[in-house]
Write a new protein. Sequence first.
Lengths: 301, 301
Amino acid sequence: MIVLNKIVIFGTGLIGGSFAAALRKAGAVRQIVGIGRTAASLQRAKELGLIDTIGTSMEEALHDADLVLLSVPVAQTESVLVAIKPWLQPQTVVTDAGSIKGEVVAAAERALGEKFAQFVPGHPIAGRELTGPDAAVADLYVGKKVVLTPLPQNAAASVARVADAWQQCGAVIHRLTVEQHDAVFAAVSHLPHLLAYALVDDIASKPHADLLFQYAASGFRDFTRIAGSSPEMWRDISLANQPAILNELDAYIAQLARFRALLAQRDGDAMQTMFSRAQQARSEWLRSLEEAEAQSQDRKQ
Amino acid sequence: MIVLNKIVIFGTGLIGGSFAAALRKAGAVRQIVGIGRTAASLQRAKELGLIDTIGTSMEEALHDADLVLLSVPVAQTESVLVAIKPWLQPQTVVTDAGSIKGEVVAAAERALGEKFAQFVPGHPIAGRELTGPDAAVADLYVGKKVVLTPLPQNAAASVARVADAWQQCGAVIHRLTVEQHDAVFAAVSHLPHLLAYALVDDIASKPHADLLFQYAASGFRDFTRIAGSSPEMWRDISLANQPAILNELDAYIAQLARFRALLAQRDGDAMQTMFSRAQQARSEWLRSLEEAEAQSQDRKQ
């Protein structure tokens, strides 16, 4: 096991705080420095033992760091990297936890210039409904996927260092290209979020919204759970992954138009075929998801 | 408390079986007769003590019955009512548990003719992922809504008998017109189901579906949970509530077109406003839902 001497975490909430807690629990790091915009949140992270020190000077924080994790809103990536760059030593590897990669990579290239190769983009697929340092838990990433989208410029050892750190957290490493990543998440994450927001807003804007909400039940609650997410974050993701999301949205609108035609023609057989195909695909997916989770739990034990 | 002498339940699965279990637990019925298409399921309902006897002759089953509940697929309502009609005595009230009401009422009018006034339409808003008699539980309806859509032809005492039975199960009675009911459920239940089926089918039909499903996570799982529902049932509901669903689907497609325009123009402010409105409306709804559930639990105790 590689033990990191020092890591610096920008943003010590759920994602960054859980990374810290997991590495600490694994004994995979000696010193953790936290940096963030909110003093209270950093103080809390320190009280909880997630971080050892609160970084006040960028120079001191980054001195002799092995690894830097950015767990900040995607739209802040560039400004954080600009602030880091002057103090970024050659042996330090920087990674992030952003849920889109194309814009993050572009921001990193602009911000880091000749130090761009030190940036290894990453995306842990894990979350909870809660946020902030109090939500951080050491087992958040156990059995979860972390997608790395290494750049042609990255040294193999830099990618390995990031992969190893996430594996110490219990995560399973996947690799995609930046383009694959953004297309995949536009389909299975970004589009569903936007559809859920759109449905709730559609209902809320009707004159008889109160009556409608009175009869919304558990199916509606689950369907719209992701519409409880942060509006700022989803504005940023929508803008950052706009081309891929537009593609997926257009495909979905075309799918709804096909379904509308079947319904207008009262074509019960074709509708049932579509519902069955969906039900079947979903149940196969759930089965493989459960198998994969069981396997990774076994590996962990 | 009114104690019913005899009730007859068509379909002794989750909905009918839980109705039986709840009335039995409340001591609100002396004899329960079960009728259904599947001998094994009826036998199981009897073993579980949900029903006292399996009805074999329609005449005998309906003789001196106070209440008949149809918990069969909506599309079977008419044929069951046609079979009942010759043996339906004047003092017997018939109700149903169908999730649409317009087509059910039309079917009842065709099937029952001069006995139509004995039919009081109902819709319990409760469910579980499981089905069949083994899924039936006595507390399924505690604190849940049952929507009655009484007809102008119904005698007040008939409506009261149905309402009282559901109240004995712990349910809260709501009243809507048939048209209100079908419009409301098209918006908050039928449309979300169709959107979830459409999304899963859209993804499953892509050439790289396997890659996509690999990265679908808990948000996707909750969003598509309702796409695990019975395809036959949703074909029937789609056909039975077609006009109201087309209305809601058109409104939603228009909403997506508006959102698409904002995204294409990269109008982050307007997107964030929409997301915030939705997030806010959902969190208010959840709060009122929790309050209502807490209140009805209090009333029950």
